[in-house]
Write a protein that binds this ligand. Structure first.
Ligand code: FEO
Length: 398
């Protein structure tokens, strides 16, 4: 499959309908993904922007040969060294070994670290230009969006921005343009992508968008490296990123728990009922972390102004689904979100305190620093206490 993005740019990537996990097993991709590679033809020179993930390298090179004689590719641009975009470079450069590879300085380190090849690297920095004849590719470094080497490039005359991972979605589609796909699906994947990948870099997202907007470049399309191309009102996703990067929250509280014998589940439901009594306007969502996709929960945390996390005590600790979730949340460095902990126990009873400490270390503002401990399976009195705890949380989130 290939298709024309416009008269001068052809998409030569790969739609990966099967992908269900990304970054090893770390990130769920329920809707698959795409690895977008673009062939850009000027009047005199032709450039290839990025390649596709390593398992598809042979297919990629074979398809590319149907599109162009590889010897007519004058330049390769590696906007980002991560394997999903650079993984076909070894196969491609085996065929056209001296082709210059334009990337950031950090890109040379990353690409060399991955592939250990003596390629013809050409380091570029913000403002450097590559003349294709009648149009230029202008480079814009985008350090830590989301790797040190990440880079955007912009095609003059055609007014296309190639921002690599930024503005992407893990979303396989035959349509490949934002106006042709289901908008709910598109935005569900776009916000999940932001929440799980870009949250820690939000201050840099804001600064980079302001920098690029300040260049006053006309943008007809935004061509990311995953998912669909934004051609209809392309700045809509830029505006969304500005919202998401600004400590985004909706009027939502998310209760996340795991449970062994239903005690902590019953407590969660009682806490939720208490929140509703005190704050009827807030959206309340409950997830059993042991039974729910972790990245989907992370997306719900991203959308929340507060979270309530519960685990029973086991072996003086917490259930591993909660520990894993808290580790992921700590790395994502959420800001301006409130939180509280709870949990049942039979004898030693450390879990509520431990979850409170995890929430604190992950940067959440504790509503109640001790959390709620409940002995054995909660009786009526304990359920009433959980409701009261919920009311305290509901009021704090008003
Ligand atoms: Fe899509 Fe950072 O790789």
């Amino acid at each position: 499959m290939s298709f024309k993005v416009n008269d001068n740019v052809t998409w030569v990537g790969k739609v990966d309908w099967e992908l269900r996990k990304f970054h090893g097993e770390e990130l769920s991709t329920h809707k698959g993904s795409t690895y977008n590679s673009y062939l850009v033809r000027g009047k005199e020179k032709t450039a290839l922007i990025d390649t596709v993930w390593r398992p598809f390298a042979e297919e990629f090179v074979s398809n590319l040969k149907k599109e162009i004689d590889l010897n007519e590719i004058d330049y390769i641009v590696a906007n980002h060294a991560e394997i999903d975009h650079s993984g076909s470079l070894p196969d491609l450069l085996r065929e056209i070994p001296n082709t210059p590879v334009f990337c950031s300085k950090a890109g040379i380190k990353s690409l060399s670290g991955h592939y250990h090849q003596d390629w013809n690297f050409q380091p570029v920095k913000t403002g450097d230009k590559l003349d294709l004849g009648g149009k230029e590719l202008v480079f814009i470094e985008a350090k830590m969006l989301h790797w040190p080497d990440s880079m955007f490039c912009y095609l003059t005359e055609d007014n296309l921005l190639f921002p690599n991972d930024a503005f992407g979605q893990h979303y396989a589609s035959e349509h490949m343009f934002n106006d042709l796909v289901d908008q709910d699906e598109l935005y569900r994947e776009a916000i999940k992508y932001y929440a799980n990948i870009l949250t820690p870099f939000s201050s840099m997202v804001t600064a980079k968008i302001k920098e690029v907007v300040g260049l006053e470049l006309p943008v007809d399309m935004i061509c990311p490296s995953h998912g669909v191309i934004w051609r209809s009102d392309p700045l809509q996703i830029v505006n969304k990123y500005m919202e998401w990067a600004d400590n985004y929250q909706e009027n939502q509280v998310t209760l996340i728990y795991d449970t062994m014998w239903e005690g902590t589940r019953r407590a969660a439901e009682a806490v939720a009922a208490g929140i509703k009594e005190a704050n009827d306007a807030i959206t309340i969502k409950l997830y059993n972390a042991g039974r729910t996709d972790t990245n989907d929960i992370i997306t719900e945390i991203f959308k929340s102004k507060g979270i309530v996390v519960g685990s029973p005590t086991i072996n003086k600790g917490v259930l591993h689904s909660i520990a894993a979730l808290m580790e992921m949340a700590k790395g994502l460095n959420f800001k301006q979100k409130k939180a509280s902990a709870f949990g049942c126990y039979g004898w030693s009873g450390e879990s509520a305190k431990l979850v409170s400490e995890m929430l604190d270390q992950a940067g959440f503002e504790l509503i109640n620093k001790d959390g709620l401990k409940m002995l054995w399976n909660p009786d009526e009195e304990a359920i009433a206490a959980a409701k009261a705890y919920g009311r305290e949380i509901g009021s704090a989130l008003s």
